[in-house]
Unconditional design. Structure first.
Lengths: 324, 324
DNA sequence: ATGAAAGCGCTAACAA
DNA sequence: TTGTTAGCGCTTTCAT
């Protein structure tokens, strides 16, 4: 039988209300009383029952996050940031994985909604109207997705893409292929919004290919198409695809970066570990997770829907070189 | 104001208990009544308050899992399995990351304990006595760790290691280097328990090196040492290390698998994506996560502490070849 | 500064 | 088969 607030009250010779106050409103009890209560609570190993507390306060102290696919190394990074920040502010976090399915996503969100103070939806697949409905159930923060009236954390991939193009242009590339990710994805859209104007500005022609699956196989499948365009550089939607391109090129005996330069997006762990190490636009995964928690907390505190844009960083490694 | 059980009761013209029963003990109400209640509940969008329910039943419907490090691709795999299975049985899952620190681990477990029915500890870092204490707070299942009296899911890495050695022996290797993972780790211990007898049996000499950090840098750092032993094959504690070895060998111009064969452990996503693709012992990550949930559910159902051992699979790829 | 008492929304006896 | 009632453990008025 776990120890309750009454046990502490009895032992400390005060009322339950005093115990309650000693724990959650220290200013309202005399210092000596408070100390005695705390001592007793400690000695008895008292842990307030969160269900009872939240039943009355309406707050759970929990956050929920749903990501599209934990197998994509990008999301564990975000998740890790969310959890780290949540821990710092004393929150626990519910996690789930939608398998990139909008319907599942909806079920998961509604399931979590009842037991969290707020939700973080990472690159959600739901359509705008559905998403708006979900966001209305509980305070919600979006990551890498925009929806009017809903706060969001954005990673500035347009700027990252512009950096990437500038880098290629500086290396003398005049023709590049872009391997698209999922057609409807906000993130793919954003990359294009960075790519096209920057390419125009630098006088780089763009062959837009795809959409492809945003994974290794997708990249491997796209590699030959990219080659056929005659482009001297390939920009992939994400690192997983870039890795696929690298692998297929190796198979084909196409030298990277001597004959073709390859560029990824995300900077997942393996981008630095492959051969050649991948030049890529690093997205602030952990920072994004942390920012989402902060934004959520602000909303719970009554702040209006804000948007926070996080900078990206071009990491130049060995997969890009001057056009030969 | 959210809709409560009383709203449903009033609208359906029954008592609250009937509503309660219609939802959680369908057999106890007449079919027509039940249908009416369900219709009203649906129409009103009624969602039972989990805090209130758990306050009285003592059950939360939540599970908790803590992993050492989400950046290691092995753990997202497990986490993903846990979550998938939990969802099937209607549970939500709390997640956290200990950063491979025993003290943090303990804090996290105690923090979660109050709001979960059971806990899954994945390759925990806590010492046996501390772990035993943690496991006594709530029903607990261990993954890749054993402790008397505590149920656990084990991945049979001893057998996997034996397979690996047999594979190398068949290729004619007579001398191999083993790059140890963390000294105290149960999993490292297990690998050795498979390696040594199998090596003996097949007449393969083993150079035991390390311990090293179980990551890319650790492997890269260990590569030269391994080479210096004169072994024709290197078995790394895990894939991340094996990838480090591969990278360093590439730098050194040491041909894999022509001059040295390299073997990993885990079969993380990248193992199939690197060059050359890595021969490795695949650990059932998702299956392990699912099994842990099942075991936990059995414990909650009153079953005694059981141990479930999951088989591993040797995946032969291009990083191993006959000794030249 | 402290205590008494009224619930939060729900389930589980116990009655009917 | 259904309703009535008593709490689960806690916070929060309202008194004192």
């Amino acid at each position: 039988m776990p120890v309750t607030i009454r046990d502490v009250a009895r032992e400390a010779r005060v009322s339950v209300s005093t115990v309650s106050r000693a724990l959650s409103a220290p200013a309202l009890v005399r210092e000596t009383t408070r100390q005695r209560v705390l001592d007793v609570a400690d000695e008895l190993g008292y842990q307030p029952n969160r269900a009872a507390r939240s039943l009355i306060t309406g707050r759970t102290g929990n956050l929920g996050i749903v990501v599209p696919d934990l197998q994509n190394p990008f999301y564990p990074g975000v998740l890790s940031g969310v959890q780290a920040r949540a821990r710092e502010v004393g929150c626990s976090v519910f996690f789930s994985d939608s398998g990139e399915d909008p319907a599942t996503e909806e079920v998961l969100v509604r399931g979590m909604a009842g037991q969290v103070d707020g939700l973080i939806l990472c690159a959600p697949f739901a359509a705008d109207d559905h998403l708006a409905q979900l966001a209305s159930v509980r305070p919600t923060v979006l990551i890498n997705r925009v929806l009017p009236g809903v706060p969001s954390v954005l990673m500035d991939s347009s700027a990252g893409m512009a950096d990437a193009v500038a880098h290629l242009a500086a290396l003398g590339h005049r023709e590049c292929a872009y391997l698209s990710g999922p057609a409807g994805a906000w993130s793919n859209h954003r990359r294009l919004r960075g790519l096209l104007p920057a390419a125009e500005e630098h006088g780089v022609a763009v062959h837009q290919l795809g959409p492809f699956d945003p994974n290794f196989a997708g990249g491997a499948g796209a590699a030959d198409l990219a080659l056929a365009t005659g482009a001297t550089a390939v920009i992939a939607f994400n690192d997983l695809m870039a890795l696929g391109v690298l692998a297929r090129f190796a198979e084909l005996g196409v030298a990277v970066p001597e004959r073709v330069s390859v560029l990824g997006f995300d900077d997942i762990l393996y981008a630095a570990m492959c051969a050649p190490p991948l030049t890529t636009v690093a997205l602030p995964m952990r920072a994004g997770g942390r920012a989402a928690v902060d934004l959520l907390l602000e909303c719970l505190g009554g702040a209006g829907p804000a948007t926070r844009t996080l900078p990206t960083t071009l990491r130049v490694r060995a997969s890009t070189a001057p056009v030969g």
